[in-house]
Design a protein around this ligand. Structure first.
Ligand code: HEM
Ligand SMILES: *[C@@H]1O[C@H](CO)[C@@H](O)[C@H](O)[C@H]1NC(C)=O
Ligand SMILES: CC(=O)N[C@H]1CO[C@H](CO)[C@@H](O)[C@@H]1O
Length: 323
């Protein structure tokens, strides 16, 4: 038998033997060979229109994967207003992330109709925005199918809250096969993007009966936050999560944690809890270690709850479940 076929056969046997759908990097090599370039092009066009493309797309991928798996269920719009994106956390999912995937899907459909899932396009776009912001590149595994369910009620309890402590964070990430190092690396996504004031106001004004301001916050940073987010501030006001290099994907997020400038409790606790502090110190000092851990964790995140083979479907319109 020819060598190539032999190899293919071995790969097939291994895949079948595992008995579960596996993602592979070259899933579309014959059905849509240019898919990566097409998505990259659409993402960079969108990025030239607005920087928000970057944080919005990255966060959309995270939310999609943590709620019923990486199946683009978060992309769906419901006429009744009860899809995943309609859950209270929606307010903060910036429209530009959805638009990025819609645009990329249109470009992909023009070249290879009904072949590439919205879930895979979102996974590729999430990698591409990290690269555009100066972060590490990595290969994206493909072969996800799009989910058939998108319900607001499924969001609650599946996304971490900004007041979580280390054990709560670890528990929620562990449910998604992500360990503490993955969790810390992925939290580094907060090197980009915005948060609305209400997500951390408690740390400034009503932390505890003995101390209204969270003592783990650097005093100067706390004052800066109070200036940007006075009590009863307009709820649409949002501030940079990385006060130093908000538009660059870098390890400054971890340096901020070391100096008491983590915006959420869930950020700062990564440094203040001795169980995670060594990893934060490592990532703060060594951007290569952070980049490597982030790339590894993003690939693991992309495997969460995926539908493969005959499960789910390939949507033609990412926002319509049965399209
Ligand atoms: C570790 C637990 C996490 C918590 C508690 C958390 C919580 C939050 C909150 C509350 C916001 C602000 C939303 C707003 O007010 O607009 C936010 C923003 C953001 N999060 Fe997370 N997050 C976590 C992990 C992640 C992960 C794993 C990623 C991606 C890999 C991510 C990516 C982002 C991005 C990029 C933004 C900025 C969004 C924008 O500017 O549009 N987060 N996160
Ligand atoms: C974290 O929070 C949970 C829930 O509030 C609590 O039961 C647990 O004791 C906390 N753990 C630490 C280390 O503070
Ligand atoms: C932009 C958007 O879809 N907002 C909705 C978010 O969810 C609340 C209810 O939780 C709706 O009232 C908003 O219309």
């Amino acid at each position: 038998m020819e060598r190539g076929y032999m190899l293919l056969l071995v790969v097939l046997i291994i895949a079948i033997g595992r008995g579960e759908g596996q993602l592979v990097e070259n899933f579309y090599s014959s059905s849509c060979p240019n898919v990566e370039g097409i998505v990259r092009q659409a993402v960079s066009t969108k990025f030239r229109q607005t920087f928000t493309t970057i944080p919005a797309t990255l966060r959309l991928f995270f939310h999609d994967c943590f709620v019923t798996g990486c199946d683009a269920s978060t992309m769906v719009s419901s006429p009744n207003g009860d899809a995943e994106k309609d859950a209270p956390d929606n307010l903060s999912l910036a429209g530009d992330g959805f638009d990025t995937v819609v645009k990329a899907k249109q470009a992909v459909e023009a070249a290879c109709p009904k072949v590439v899932s919205c879930a895979d396009i979102l996974a590729l776009a999430a990698r591409d925005v990290v690269v555009l912001a100066g972060g590490p590149s990595f290969n994206v595994e493909l072969g996800r199918r799009d989910g058939m369910v998108s319900q607001a009620s499924l969001v609650k309890g599946n996304l971490p809250e900004p007041d979580f402590n280390l054990s709560q964070l670890n528990a929620m990430f562990a449910r998604n096969n992500l360990n503490q190092i993955d969790m810390i690396a992925l939290s580094g996504a907060h090197t980009l993007g915005f948060s609305h004031c209400n997500r951390f106001a408690k740390r400034l004004y009503s932390f505890s009966s003995s101390s209204p301001v969270d003592p783990s916050l650097d005093a100067e940073y706390a004052q800066q936050l109070m200036n940007a987010c006075p009590r009863n501030v307009d709820p649409s006001i949002a501030i940079d999560m990385d006060p130093v290099t908000s538009r660059t994907f870098d390890n400054v997020y971890f340096q901020n944690l070391v100096s008491g400038k983590g915006l959420f409790t869930s950020d700062e606790v990564l440094f203040s809890d001795p169980a995670s502090q060594p990893t934060v110190n490592d990532f703060a000092k060594n951007s290569g270690n952070f980049n490597g851990a982030f790339a590894t964790a993003m690939r693991k995140l992309g495997r969460v709850g995926v539908k493969t083979g005959s499960q789910g479907r390939i949507r033609t319109d990412c926002t319509v479940i049965n399209s």
